[in-house]
Design a protein around this ligand. Structure first.
Ligand SMILES: *Cc1c(COP(=O)(O)O)cnc(C)c1O
Length: 551
């Protein structure tokens, strides 16, 4: 028998075969698929990362910039992918991966995604999507109703109407926020007499015509960086996104917001939008939306709510009240790929007034003709996949009460974890969870005592060492690969407004048990003890502070 290595060849027939469906389940592709599923199941074991190799080592697997001259057999390439990509990726669906908003997916998403990819519908126009267009409009209608709770009649008349748009489906929260501010900008600087509008004439002419010295977007200092990107793209400038300080609960200070609105108005800088955050990325808190709505009304400006992460809370009748006032927003961003358990690439923005989207309407001769129902006439993105089908399916399969269970148990698990942290002598809860996100750090008991007794200078020294220790523990924990929490730097009022480094936990995976949470703290305690420099230094300093004050 020859053991000669088979080589793939390029031919018309072989290329044709790539685009035809293999007939039998025991065909090559069928076998490869089965193997992948099995390997995947093995890979989705207990560890968050199957490979312990450092990123710089992994980069060596992806070093060549040459496009292969030699074709590969699909089965050979699949093995390559399993080794080099699958085995070296991050296992975001592990119940002990609790550091980010990206989490586990329901099992039915895999076959449905295959269907979506196979159909390869392009949602930019009806000619390439047909039923997917009304499907997406219905999903936007459902999400609009979740936020605004309008009447049946309203949705009957708007949902499938060519002249209205309840929202825009897009690839994520960034594009959703950009779309919201784009609509706000074009409605503010709309055509007027000889002036053809900002969309046609640009920002310079628009400001000249309306007599404004500039535009501003106001958001709390916990606002997401996508707002700055949006301001940049829209020509307003990143510096025009003004960060308003937050209170001790990480919510925007409405007194300061109001004062800033007044000052800007007196300077003839028009407020383009006030943005309320419903679930901040770093601490998971919700701004006082009712109060912000009042201020936006007073200054007659667009009110946007960035609920990219927190918006799904509206599906819970028990916790919906945390978002009170969201229905007064002119636009709301929600990411289905965060707390709605849909894979990435599913963001959306809904608009209170379905006619407001006309301000960004675009037409072309071969598609998006005037009066058509093509979705592409109201979206920033052009060609788009049928992701809405996955949201549609999830809303049907899980249903509103199912989502409510997921949301409620996430919030309640975060409360449990917060209590657990508070009961531990050597941990400090930094931000209490309002939704299912919290921050904390490891602070040995003697250091906690020292922090209370220390003067400003000593407190700073202690916090510098604590930052180093937090970073050390977080990196070690990630490298160990058993569990993962993220880290961020946030201002804390009890430490003189200093930015301290904290562990950040997002409890999204329904399979994360109380035991796993307890284990994570145990692991962190053990990792802290392995610190040869920061921990001894910290303890010595704390000792000094404690003794000096007593004596
Ligand atoms: C995640 C997030 C975004 C950005 O969304 P992407 O889907 O990552 O583009 C914007 N705002 C908030 C509050 C978020 O949590």
């Amino acid at each position: 028998m020859t053991t000669e290595k088979r080589a793939a060849k390029v031919s018309k027939a072989s290329l044709h075969r790539i685009f035809t469906i293999p007939e039998a389940p025991d065909s090559k592709l069928g076998i490869v698929e089965r193997e992948i599923s099995e390997n995947l199941a093995g890979f989705l074991g207990n560890h968050i990362a199957a490979s312990e190799r450092a990123l710089t080592d992994i980069e060596k697997d992806f070093a060549s910039s040459e496009i292969p001259e030699q074709p590969s057999f699909v089965s050979d390439h699949m093995h390559h992918l399993l080794d080099k990509v699958v085995a070296q990726s991050v296992h975001t669906s592990s119940p002990s991966f609790i550091g980010h908003m990206t989490s586990a997916l329901p099992y039915f998403i895999l076959p449905l995604s295959k269907l979506m990819v196979g159909l390869n519908q392009n949602l930019v126009k009806i000619e390439t999507s047909k039923a997917f267009t009304p499907l997406e409009r219905q999903v936007l209608g459902m999400m609009h109703r979740l936020v605004y709770q309008n009447s049946d009649d309203f949705y009957q008349s708007c949902m499938h109407s060519a002249s209205n748009s309840l929202g825009a489906f897009c690839s994520g929260g960034t594009i959703a926020n950009l779309t919201a501010l784009w609509v706000a900008r074009n409605n503010l600087l709309k055509p007027d007499g000889d002036f053809k509008g900002v969309a046609r004439e640009g920002l310079f002419s628009a400001l000249t015509h309306y007599g404004y010295k500039g535009l501003a977007v106001l958001v709390s200092d916990r606002g997401h960086y996508s707002l700055k990107k949006s301001a940049d793209v829209l020509g307003i400038g990143q510096d025009s996104v003004i960060a308003i300080p937050t209170d001790e609960n990480n919510k925007i200070d409405c007194q300061l917001l109001k004062a800033r609105c007044q000052a800007l108005t007196e300077q003839n800088i028009k407020i383009l939008s006030i943005v309320g955050v419903a679930g901040t990325t770093e601490t998971g808190n919700v701004d006082p939306l009712e109060e912000i709505a009042d201020i936006a009304e007073q200054y007659q400006c667009h009110f946007h709510v960035d609920a990219a992460w927190g918006g799904a809370t509206l599906l819970s009748n028990k916790y919906r009240h945390l978002m009170a006032g969201i229905d007064r927003a002119d636009s709301v961003t929600i990411d289905a790929h965060k707390q709605m358990y849909v894979p990435m690439g599913a963001g959306l923005v809904v608009f209170k007034n379905p006619a407001s989207v006309a301000a960004i309407e675009h037409h072309a001769e071969y598609i998006l003709r005037k009066g058509s129902k093509d979705l592409g006439s109201h979206t920033l993105e052009g060609s788009r996949p049928g992701m809405a089908m996955l949201v549609y399916a999830s809303l049907h399969i899980i249903s509103r009460p199912g989502y409510e269970m997921l949301i409620n148990q996430g919030i309640e698990k975060a409360q449990h974890f917060a209590n657990l942290i508070e009961q531990q002598a050597d941990f400090e809860l930094v931000t209490r969870p309002e939704l299912c996100l919290l921050t904390y750090r490891y602070v040995p008991e003697v250091v906690q005592t020292a922090l209370m007794k220390a003067n400003v200078e000593q407190r700073e020294q202690l916090n510098v060492l604590l930052d180093k220790l937090t970073k050390f523990i977080q990196k070690r924990q990630r490298e160990n690969g058993r569990s993962f929490v993220s880290r961020t730097r946030i201002e804390v009022s009890i430490y003189d407004g200093r930015k301290i480094l904290v562990f950040r936990v997002v409890l999204a995976n329904p399979l994360t048990s109380q035991d796993i949470l307890a284990d994570i703290l145990t692991e962190q305690l053990a990792l802290a003890k392995t610190s040869q420099t920061f921990l001894p230094e910290l303890l010595t300093l704390a000792e000094q502070v404690n003794v000096s004050k007593v004596g």
